[in-house]
Design a protein around this ligand. Structure first.
Ligand SMILES: NC(=O)c1ccc[n+]([C@@H]2O[C@H](COP(=O)([O-])OP(=O)(O)OC[C@H]3O[C@@H](n4cnc5c(N)ncnc54)[C@H](OP(=O)(O)O)[C@@H]3O)[C@@H](O)[C@H]2O)c1
Length: 310
């Protein structure tokens, strides 16, 4: 099958096309013919070798951890899906480093898969799993945002931020976010009550007594400063210091846990139009397509999700 791989850690120009074996599936896995995948910052962080302490991959490495597509094979223990189902998923990060989603096929454990709502395109569906589930798990499960609470979501125009704003609004919160001025009207349309231009205003000068902070930019001290003494902060971008952890507010880090059931719930919100998918750009599954997509993500200024069409 066609895949886009790296043979060493380095720049985006290392990404190139290769011919690999179609992955074998285990009894609890399905094989998906990929229609689309999407880029997340973890992709280029992995490409640079920053995940080496966690994963001892052998080259070539296939990156990518979002997919939508059609099931072409099911393992013998799979009960919830069949060949022909249209699905989307955030697959596990496999130890061998060869089973990412920059490829024609990927194996996914049954419990990580969700049926794709018919009304969502494959491109939209591929945008949801990693960023959408991260936003869902932080806003709903970790911060436990409630109606009328005041919530700050950093980097509102990013892949995670756009989902987080809409999920927090769905729960009835008052939502403030940070963004460049060009993104203000989009984020207001998506429900943000206030959009702070982080280039000209520091959140600590304009916000106080917040109930919850979703930190996506590693500004934990600033987040703590605007919280009530009983407030909660979750970061997906930093590592709280001992001093930060000893604050009166609760402070924690979160790593996405892929989960097919939660993905299904989020898919329903998208199908109903409660949560909108915002696509920054679409590239082809080619060497030049992936190189351009990584460079776009590394600019730190994508508006929503960067999609790869297989
Ligand atoms: N722990 C986990 O499980 C997990 C999961 C997903 C993501 N992450 C991490 O979370 C971070 C965000 O991910 P993402 O997918 O949302 O990234 P992204 O899509 O690349 O974010 C791009 C956005 O960041 C905004 N931005 C850049 N610098 C900013 C700043 N100083 N203040 C406010 N906004 C800023 C830009 O907004 P403007 O263009 O408006 O300036 C742009 O829209 C990344 O570090 C990623 O690795 C962690």
């Amino acid at each position: 099958m066609k895949a886009i791989v790296i043979d060493e850690y380095g720049t985006a120009d290392m990404l190139h096309e290769a011919d690999l074996e179609v992955p074998q599936i285990a009894a609890d896995e399905v094989l998906v013919k990929i229609a689309a995948t999407s880029i997340n910052p973890i992709d280029w962080k992995a490409r640079l070798g920053l995940l080496k302490p966690m994963f001892d991959w052998g080259f070539p490495v296939v990156l990518g951890w979002d997919l939508s597509g059609i099931i072409t094979k099911v393992g013998k223990d799979v009960v919830s899906f069949k060949v022909g189902d249209e699905v989307f998923a955030r697959p596990d990060i496999y130890e061998d480093g060869k089973r990412g989603t920059y490829a024609e096929f990927a194996a996914v454990k049954e419990d990580k898969v969700a049926l794709k709502p018919k009304s969502i395109s494959f491109e939209e569906a591929a945008a949801i799993p990693l960023a959408g589930l991260t936003a869902w798990q932080v806003i709903v499960d970790r911060l436990k945002v409630k109606k009328d609470e005041k919530v700050l979501i950093q980097a509102g125009a990013g892949g995670v931020g756009i989902f987080a704003i809409q999920i927090a609004k769905y729960l009835g919160a008052y939502v403030v976010t940070t963004a460049s001025p060009k993104n203000k009207s989009l984020l207001t349309k998506l429900g943000a009550d206030e959009v702070i231009d982080y280039h000209t205003h520091s959140i600590v000068d304009v916000l106080k007594d917040y109930d919850a902070v979703f930190d996506t930019v590693d500004q934990i001290d600033d987040g703590l400063e605007i919280l009530k003494p009983t407030g909660r902060l979750v970061t997906i971008a930093g590592h709280p210091t001992e001093k930060q952890e000893s604050a009166t507010q609760s402070v924690s880090t979160w790593w996405l846990q892929p989960n097919g059931k939660e993905l299904s719930q989020l898919g329903e919100l998208v199908a109903q139009g409660t949560v909108k998918v915002i696509i920054d750009s679409v590239f082809e599954l080619t060497s030049s397509g992936l190189q351009a997509a990584h460079k776009r993500s590394e600019s730190h200024h994508a508006q929503g999700k960067i999609i790869i069409k297989a």
